[in-house]
Design a binder for this molecule. Sequence first.
Ligand SMILES: [Zn+2]
Length: 391
Amino acid sequence: MSDRDQINRRDFIVTTAGVAGSASALAGATLTTAEAQTSPPAGFDAQEPFAKNWAKPLREVVQVDPIVAAPELANEAVKERHRIYCHLLMKLMVRFWNGNKRGPLGSYPRRVKQMEAVQPVQPTQRYRGDMIENPDRLRINWDRYVGHNIACVAVDGNGEIIDFDFNHNDFFRSSAEHAESRMVRRLFSLTDIFDSWKTGERIGDKSRAVSLQNVTLYTSLESCAQCSGVMSLGGVKQVVYLQNDFTAYMIGNIMFNLANPVSGLPGAPKPIPASAVGLQQFQVLNDANLAFVKDIQDAKARNDSTRAFFISPDKTVVDFDPSITSFLCTDAARDIFEAGGKQLDAMALKFPNEKHPDERDVLTNQECLEEARSFFKYADLEGYRGSPHKL
Ligand SMILES: [Zn+2]
């Protein structure tokens, strides 16, 4: 593409955006101020949840009480069951952790624990990505930053783990290859083949893949608008997240409140912060992220590179970006996930014989824990960082 083409293309986008903007301004002008305040425009007024929330302030539109959305969360045994998969997710995060967001060479002042034992000749250092401790000749022991340290695990209605996935933005040079949307797309591609999973009720003689209404997604970071949308369209039952994404404007909560029900079920996944299942790391991760932002902004203001995120080998680039994907490379973040992951091996169940729902084929909490531990072993040996496995 020539420079001229690029400019023309940019002009085109700007012009079209301008036209679209004035079109919606015109449409808006047809509403009187009074009408706009009392009821939604014709058509929108027939959408019950939307109309019900029309006059509410944002602070109410984003409000979701997890116990009201999922009353079973009042049951300690159910919370314990959810925590098992949260700990598995944290262990997978650490197993495939790669903090080399700006490459393995240079200096990452906040990743001292992730430096390689053997260092190259100065002036640079080398950092460890997702290479394994005990290399196996039969698999590639790679160390390439393929995406951010954000992952999810999908679990079916019986408690069986379907699969896990990671963010792959850098591998595909895309900003949309998020863990949850990759997972939902993969579930649709797999359900034709593996229909032993209890992903949802079979509707007549239709394929099981039409809905994921029994699937719970455990995701390490609160979902963005794209992933909340894909999960809604996929009919995912609920999403349990280990940490807030403050930049995602509580879109999962907003969608849950505004979506029309589908066949009597919520039209968007129930958004469940892991604090609602008693996961202690939820608050710890949020606090550590906020502390990171505050500290790195202060470092930038003082031009203090000893507290930067990254310094290039030739020292010409000093990165003070406070983004959450940088936080999710640091020792501070990794330590929290590591402590949480270790609990998968250490946890003693209070409700080993409980199951939810109490139906045939549903695993007990003890069986869920065994499932989660054996899934980790499988992922450790057979899985790559969220690559299509199983097949
Ligand atoms: Zn997303």
